[in-house]
Structures are given as structure tokens and as C-alpha cells.
Design a protein around this ligand. Sequence first.
Ligand code: AHR
Length: 488
Amino acid sequence: MSEVKINTKRKLGFISKNIYGQFAEHLGRCIYEGLYVGEDSDIPNTNGIRNDVVAALKELDVPVLRWPGGCFADDYHWRDGIGPKEDRPYMVNTNWGGVVENNHFGTHEFFELCEQLGCEPYICGNVGSGTVQEMRDWIEYMTFDGDSPLANERKKNGREKPFKLKYFGVGNENWGCGGDMRPEYYADEFRRFCVFLRNYGDEPLYKIAGGPNSGDTNWMEVVLRNAKHAMSGISWHNYTYEGDWDHKGESYTFDENGWYSNMMDVERLREQLDQQLAVMNVVDPECKVDLIIDEWGNWFNVMPGTNPGFLYQQNTMRDAVSGMVLLHMFQEHCDRVKMANIAQMVNVLQSMVLTEGEKMIVTPTYHLFRMMKTHQDSERVDTFYDAKAYEFNGRKIPKISISSSVKDNALTITIANTRLDEDEELEIEIDREYSEISAQVLTAADMCDFNTFDEPEKVKPSALDAKLSGNKIKVTIPKMSVSSIVLK
Ligand code: AHR
């Protein structure tokens, strides 16, 4: 039996709901088929957007959605995606499978999707192959309320009132697919682009600089030192694998070694997060620049028989468990981490939803986001526990990961057990009493279980037996599981 002590009076920072953000790129079947099927499709839709997928995603209270990429963003020209669909030019999606992109999902369709989901839009602009003029014009087209050729063009295309846009990324992975730049060069480019990104609406644009990849602290330092005055946030991308980039592993056929290697990679990310935050704390001690983790998640080999450029993978309990540990990590650093966008929302990498024609299923990661949503916009509170770290290939992995937060007098406690072979009995003592408890657990008979179109509910949450008495809870957290306890 392990003891957990929660002090709800000791507030440790505000957990922005945007940590539970999503990412949708023109990649594989994410946009086309996954989210957008067009008005003429037999699949039930509203203005071309799938009703079943929107209904499922609305359950997650998606706070913010990043679009159109990813690598696609630095090859995207917004003018191709406005106006009558039959007049929109085609392009080749050179980043992702070389397929033809018909541009039927463009700016207006993206805002329509955000409106249907009830989330904030976050657009990533094109630095790599675009111009300053193109980017400045896009902002005016979207957000200017007055009489200008660009605003009038938007009105002619069916949107009288300006779109509300706060979050804007100035390029994506500009050290790689976004232009193969050096940080000194990107910092100067970022400054130049930002001068022309005007504020037309009531709220100033929240400009996000293209940040480093995983452990590249030099990029972080150079871009911050040279351009921090112009940015509200800087992005950071860090994917987790079974091994590393060259040894991604399979998404649904793995052994114990594959399970623990992924948990170990999560700990590699923890170290790199600490390193990036240390650099930020030195260069920006006033904490003016937020860290925006706008691409994260498990990246495994594509499903056999699928287009290698579409990055389609399955999703098991391993994704839910490592996902919870990572979300807890982001919550621990909520003073600096103000947004995170898991890659990607539908049919790519660590997705919430998978589709096959008119069929749709939700994944273990979907259930995870649903179980954790009460953390959104809450106050993180002091939680003391023994993580019971064990060793795997020389790296310490915590057996138990816990995070607690309060909002509107309710306390949420989420708990992951990363071990495959041992349950954990917990006695949780809280500094005050609650009268109501509801508790859920997500686990599976086998670590490789996943949902399929034939068996869509193989992995789904069930009630967790958590006994509340006064200010104490007794609960057993099963091996390879994620749990959520809400007290009122
Ligand atoms: O999410 C897939 C790709 O990973 C994105 O397009 C890119 O930014 C990253 O390398």
C-alpha cells in the first residue's frame, strides 16, 4: 500500500485548457475522409464536415486546433484554398505521399470546423516557401473588419464578419522541412515576418516562433536571444517512439520490451523538456515567452499495407499510458507550458479517431483525453506520492504518475500505472472532505489490445472501485492502466 497526500490549498499553477489541444494536417486521411468529406458525400455531414467525427470530438472539449501543418504549412499557399471549389487549383502534397491536394478544405472550411467543435483556431503560416506579403495578406483577409480589397474578397467568399484568430505560428520546423535554416537566419526571418503581421482585431495576435526539435537547445537559445521581443510563444516538437527515429517500432504488435522502451522514451522527453526549460529560464527569466508543445505523441511504423506517406498507425493501452504520463509532465510545468497539440486528431500518428469510409471508431487515446478533460483550466494542487521508480535499460521509469487539480470546488486526480505486471494499492489522503466520488479506469486484457471497426469497444473505460471515507480514498490501480477520480 502506498500513500498519496493531496493539499488542495497549495496551488501550484494554472493548467491552461490548451494543453489538451489538437493538431490536424493535410496528411494522409486526416483532413480528407477523416474530417472533411464535402457537401455531396453520402456520409452525413454539415457543410462538408463529418457529423459523426465532430460529435465524438465534441465530447473531448477540444480547446484549440492547429492547422494546416506540420511540414505541409511551409508548402501551403492560402489563396489556393479560397473561393468557389471548382476554381481552386490542385497541388501535389510533396511532403505526404505525393498525392494530389484539391484545396477543397481551406481557410473558410477550417474556421467552420473550429466553430462546429467550439474550439480556438491556431494557424501555422508559410515561411519556408512563402513570402512576407502572402502571410500579411492572409491575416488581413481573415481578420480585418473594414473596407479593404482583401476583407471584401472574404465577404464575397461568404464571410461577412472577420474570423476571430488569436494563435498564429510563423513557420514550422524551419530547421528541417520548413526551410533547413540555421537558427540565426530563422530568428532574423521571424523578426521580419512579424513586423508585417498586423493586429486588425480587438485582440493582438499571439505569435508563435518555430522552435527546436527535441534536444536541440542551441536552436532554443539562439532564437530566443535574437527574437524573444517579437514572440508570445515558441514551439517545441518532441515525438516518442519505441526506440528512436530510426527504430520506431510497431503500433499494435509489440512485446514487453516494446512497452517499456516506449515508457523509457517518455522519460527521455522529460529530460529534454527540463533542458529546454532551463534554457528558457536563463534567456527569458521574466517568463514572457510561453512554451507551445505543438507536436507531440507516439510515432510508430505505419500500419502494414498502408501508404507510407500517410503515417497511419493503430493505438493501444501503451498510447493511453504514455500519453497520461506526458500530459502530467506538461501540467507539472504549466507555468511555462501553455499549449500542447497532440499529433494528430484523426487517422495519423496518435489519433483520437480512426475512420474507414463511413465507419468511425475512437481510440484508447480518445478515452484518455475524455477522462482528463476536467483538468482543463484548473489549478494544479500539491500532490505527494512515491513514484516507485524501476529501472529499464539503465533509465529510471516511475511506476505511478499522478496529477491533481481543482476547479469549481471539484478535485480531479488522474493516475497512470506504467507496469505490466503489478497493480498498485493506494491510500489517498486529502486535506479536506468531499461527499461525492466518481471514478473510471481504462485498461485492457492484453497490452496490444486496440479497437477495430469490427470490435470498436474492445478498449473502453469502466467504473473504478474507489472507496471514499471522510478525507481518504482507498483504491487499487490496475497494472497498465489510466484512471480518473473526480471528487465533489
Ligand atoms: O506530424 C507529422 C510531421 O511531423 C509534421 O508535419 C512535422 O511538423 C513533423 O516532423
